[in-house]
Design a protein. Structure first.
Length: 592
């Protein structure tokens, strides 16, 4: 009987059914149940002697339970334990910092705190068996904070530096612990210890040291360390720059000295340094200090483009958009540097903030011609963003030549615009040149600065990954039909390296495991398929089938029922899997 598979809409119109049916044909229920207890062991009973694969199954099981009951903090504690035992220390650190936040907000019960104390003792014992302990020590430090033992937390974080083997995690741990204890003197000492024991080629430790010195208001030492970072052609984050600025301001450093320290790369160009400071203060909404620097620039450099930009910004904030527009048009010919272009675009976007939002809303609803009508109106100043929006509208309307013309004008205006490179990526994507599309989208990701930009870029990256991974589907099916399961699994894993968010590929992985009678491993893959797509109907069926073979009838029943619930009604009568699931549901209920 010809089966209708509802998930075919997610990929292509071939392969899924053939692969799935082959599993059912070759795997006849009932089979002998596994001799050992199922690998999906609940947190209350699992032991330390389980395998890494078992821990992965435990982790998947706990994650699914957390999704159902997100306020059950006992599950997070058990998940932390499983992450540490499976040596996934960074995920453990993330969960522990989450638990610390919940404790600070008084959301943990006394029972939770007792569980954390037990976990702490458990991990202390566990850490004795490892040569390199830095990652475990980081987590022990956070566990100590959860137990209100700041002294122990600092001891463990110092030990993590001495047994260093996970740079990123140790750095995160040092900052997290000392931000809580407020012991910035020892924090600086730990940074010095790290530098003495490990080469600091990326300057991460020096930057952290500047952060702690600033927090401790040791300004002279912070400036010396910062100059060393600058001498290595590197810089600190804007967050750190702002903290350093406020400390220098508090200790009455002169404006010129502040400028020379924060923006030494500008040399004697004090005007540019003042403007960089002004923009930094605007970023952190420091109105009082930013107005001081705005006045300095306008007083000392009244004819500069920087002074003009500040005046335009004031007009926009006063709601005088017509005057701001005229002033912006007047300085257009003076725009030359990359920073000038960026400022010009930001000011233009501010003038058109309402209009731009209207354009974006129209595009999101598919009204590309209406958006284009606004974009082509005479009162719109052309910027790289406006040209990129035009190009996208033309693409969606099938006018590729017009799209390319606008993109070329946009890239001439600002070659390093995130939106410009992203729309070039879409242009080549729509033209089937996926390799060139990926080059542009990767550049867009490198220069993206805001979370919003990164989200937009990731949408196209996901589309490209889906196409690349989808090219493996026929090969996977062919290998499976030839009963070459090793090759089928290799191809599936290779495709997952390209698109790790593919529910379909995890589904394939799960049913390949089933064909090999490896039901425990299949549950982990099928859980992941469902996590990525809650409507992956067939994944519920085969997860139920796997649990059935593991003699976990309660879980099997839940999965079969979910499969029946999600299966479209018009497919119910003719679907053999639905009949099989109904039969098993009846038998399992009779066994109770």
């Amino acid at each position: 009987m010809k089966l209708k598979i509802c998930l075919l809409m997610l990929i292509c119109s071939f392969g899924y059914e053939a692969l799935a049916d082959a599993i059912v044909d070759r795997t006849v229920y009932p089979r002998n149940s596994l001799a050992k207890q199922s690998s999906i062991v609940r947190s209350s009973i699992y032991e330390n002697r389980v395998t890494t694969e078992d821990y992965n199954l435990i982790i998947n099981d706990l994650i699914n339970q957390i999704q159902d009951t997100p306020d059950n903090y006992s599950l997070y504690i058990a998940l932390t334990d499983a992450y540490i035992k499976s040596q996934n220390y960074f995920e453990a650190f993330n969960k522990l910092t989450f638990l610390k936040e919940q404790k600070d907000n008084n959301k943990l019960s006394e029972e939770n705190l007792n569980e954390i104390r037990s976990l702490f003792l458990n991990i202390v014992e566990y850490s004795k068996y490892f040569r390199y302990k830095s990652s475990i020590y980081v987590n022990l430090a956070v566990l100590a904070l959860l137990n209100d033992n700041n002294q122990a937390a600092e001891k463990y974080i110092k030990n993590s530096v001495r047994s260093f083997n996970d740079r990123g995690l140790v750095l995160d741990g040092i900052k997290f612990v000392f931000d809580y204890t407020g012991n910035y003197v020892d924090a600086v000492s730990v940074c010095n210890l790290f530098i003495s024991l490990n080469r600091d080629e990326s300057n991460d430790i020096r930057k952290l040291k500047v952060y702690f010195l600033t927090k401790n208001e040791n300004l002279n030492a912070a400036v010396i360390e910062y100059k060393e970072i600058q001498n290595l052609d590197d810089d600190i984050s804007n967050d750190q720059k702002y903290e350093l600025f406020k400390l220098m301001e508090k200790q009455n450093f002169s404006d010129k000295k502040i400028a020379s320290i924060l923006y030494s790369q500008n040399g004697d160009n004090i005007e540019k340094s003042y403007y960089d400071i002004y923009n930094l203060l605007i970023e952190f909404d420091d109105k009082e200090s930013s107005s001081v620097y705005a006045e300095k620039i306008q007083k000392n450099y009244p004819d500069s483009i920087v002074a003009k930009f500040i005046e335009i910004d004031k007009l926009i904030k006063a709601g005088k958009n017509k005057e701001a527009l005229d002033a912006l048009n007047a300085v257009k010919s003076k725009v030359s540097t990359e920073q000038d272009i960026t400022t010009y675009n930001v000011l233009s976007s501010s003038i058109y903030s309402d209009k731009q939002q209207e354009i974006i809303n129209l595009m999101m609803q598919g009204y590309y011609q209406q958006a284009l009508d606004i974009l082509n109106s005479k009162d719109i100043i052309e910027t790289d963003h406006i040209l990129a929006y035009k190009a996208r509208c033309y693409m969606e309307l099938g006018q590729m030549q017009n799209a390319l013309e606008n993109l070329n004008r946009a890239v001439a205006f600002n070659p390093n615009g995130t939106l410009v490179n992203l729309q070039f990526g879409y242009y080549y994507f729509y033209n089937g040149d996926y390799e060139t599309s990926r080059k542009y989208v990767e550049k867009a990701m490198q220069i993206a600065t805001t979370d919003e930009e990164k989200v937009l870029v990731n949408i196209l990256i996901k589309k490209l990954n889906e196409i690349s991974a989808g090219n493996y589907i026929n090969q996977i099916i062919s290998a499976f039909d030839s009963q070459n399961y090793i090759e089928a699994m290799r191809l599936t894993d290779e495709a997952l390296n390209i698109d790790p968010t593919s529910s379909i590929l995890y589904f394939y992985k799960g049913i390949i495991y089933i064909a090999q009678n490896n039901y425990a491993a299949s549950t982990a893959a099928l859980y992941k398929a469902i996590e990525l797509d809650k409507n992956n109907v067939l994944a519920y069926f085969y997860l139920g089938f796997a649990f059935d073979n593991l003699s976990e009838q309660k879980n099997a029943l839940n999965c079969y029922e979910k499969f029946i619930q999600l299966l479209p009604k018009d497919e119910f009568q003719e679907n053999e899997k639905a009949e099989y699931a109904k039969t098993r549901i009846q038998k399992i209920k009779m066994m109770k």
